[in-house]
Design a protein around this ligand. Structure first.
Ligand code: GLU
Length: 420
């Protein structure tokens, strides 16, 4: 499904290109650009792991802090075979604008380990995680940089990071990571938060465009945390999820897939591919399905100039980070496709991470209804903020969101001034 690394656009170039577009539209002064555009700190670490066989294998890991202008760095950790420093830099940069768009008091960061977690035993995964956490330990902490889950990392992995950090400090520090299990200072609603945010912003977009949610055809690429829960929420809201995919295959049913049954199959077999009440289609066919909402919920570069013309959705909701390239953005503009950019669409995850951190720091926990209500309020307000810029300034939603995020970071930077 994914193009090979050589044919892929470098996500960090995409991040810089989108920053420049926003900075130009804001007529941002060069001095501020120089201070907020590039990552503040980048750490590369070696992670030797004793495998179950007794052999020691060396992995490489990263933690990038793009910005701490508005607060501690914040962002997930990705375990994936294609992780590299430029991808982590891009993801960290996007976290900065994302946290600013939803106006939570964080900068942006991201981590990654180049590995295939599907090939690791549970013991190997734990040893890799603890050694990686030890290696980045000097630069993380609840007031410095707070990791969280991302692609192929889980609440259990966050628990191991919390434990490794706490054992080194000599006391329990739950606020050092978010996305933890509920039994360890995690927040109710965190697991569903990315998908909920995607749902709220998509619902807002459909209202804006006059597209009814009931019966709307929805296509989801990627069936991990964000994709599978988004599919469930749309299904529950009366939309018709006609196709979903994962790395093993794509399934399609024009009458609508029975999403709870697809989720059950995914949990049992780790893939949606064998779902009986559906046809198998190719990944390129999935992206070209006529639908109201297309949700890329996998990785970067899913939609490029090579396949954007084939898209027949009214709304594209970026549950993933960076799935649509700048060239594809321009094609969508020409085609009149309404894009909800990643830094808005998937910001529900980091928003509830913020709630989790607040709860941990206060040792006081909220009910799930409160979490969801506060999340909805922030997502609805942020969507309206971005939509207003889109309308007032006649720019696409990507540029509008980047303008809002960059403007808020620039403002903090101006207020703080340049040290020394
Ligand atoms: N990895 C998620 C993202 O890309 C969540 C980050 C967080 O919760 O800190 O937004």
């Amino acid at each position: 499904m994914l193009a090979t690394a050589t044919t892929q656009k470098n996500p960090y170039e995409v991040a810089l290109e989108n920053f420049d577009l926003a900075a130009n539209a804001l007529e941002l002064e060069e001095n501020i650009r120089a201070m907020i555009k590039y990552p503040e700190r980048m750490l590369t670490v070696s992670i030797p792991v004793r495998m179950d066989s007794g052999r020691i294998v060396r992995f490489e890991g990263y933690r990038v802090q793009h910005s701490t202008q508005r607060g501690p760095a914040k962002g997930g950790i990705r375990y994936h075979p294609n992780v590299n420093i430029d991808e982590v830099k891009a993801l960290a940069t996007w976290m900065t604008w994302k946290c600013a768009v939803v106006n939570i008091p964080y900068g942006g960061g991201k981590g990654g380990v180049t590995c295939n977690p599907k090939e690791l035993s549970l013991g190997e995964l734990e040893r890799l995680t603890r050694r990686y956490a030890s290696a980045i330990l000097p630069i993380i902490g609840p007031e410095k940089d707070i990791p969280a889950p991302d692609v192929y990392t889980t609440p259990q992995i966050m628990a191991w990071i919390m434990d490794t950090y706490s054992m080194n400090m000599g006391y329990p520090v739950t606020g050092v990571v978010t996305g933890k299990p509920i039994g360890l200072g995690g927040s109710l609603g965190r697991n569903e938060a990315t998908a909920r945010g995607c749902f709220y912003t998509t619902r807002g977009s459909m209202e804006h465009l006059g597209i009814p949610l009931a019966g709307a055809r929805v296509v989801v690429q990627g069936f991990g945390n964000a994709g599978s829960i988004a599919a469930t929420l749309f299904h529950e809201a009366g939309a018709k999820v006609i196709a979903v995919s994962d790395t093993q295959g794509c399934i399609f049913n024009d009458r609508g897939l029975e999403i709870p049954a697809v989720v059950k199959l995914k949990n049992e077999t780790r893939t949606v591919a064998g779902f009986p009440a559906a046809d198998r289609i190719r990944p390129d066919e999935l992206l070209a399905l006529k639908c109201e909402v297309l949700i890329p919920a996998a990785l970067e570069n899913a939609i490029t100039e090579a396949n954007a013309h084939a898209v027949r959705a009214r709304v594209v909701a970026e549950a993933a980070n960076g799935p649509v390239t700048p060239e594809a953005d321009r094609i969508f503009d020409d085609m009149g496709i309404f894009l909800i950019p990643d830094i808005l669409c998937n910001a529900g995850g980091v928003t509830v991470s913020y709630f989790e951190w607040v709860q941990d720091e206060n040792h006081l926990f909220w009910e799930e209804n409160d979490v969801n209500a506060k999340l909805e309020k922030i997502m609805v307000r942020s969507f309206q903020d971005v939509l207003k810029i889109h309308i007032d300034r006649q720019v696409n939603m990507r540029l509008a969101a980047n303008m809002l995020g960059v403007r808020r970071v620039a403002e903090a930077c101006r207020l703080r001034g340049l040290y020394p």
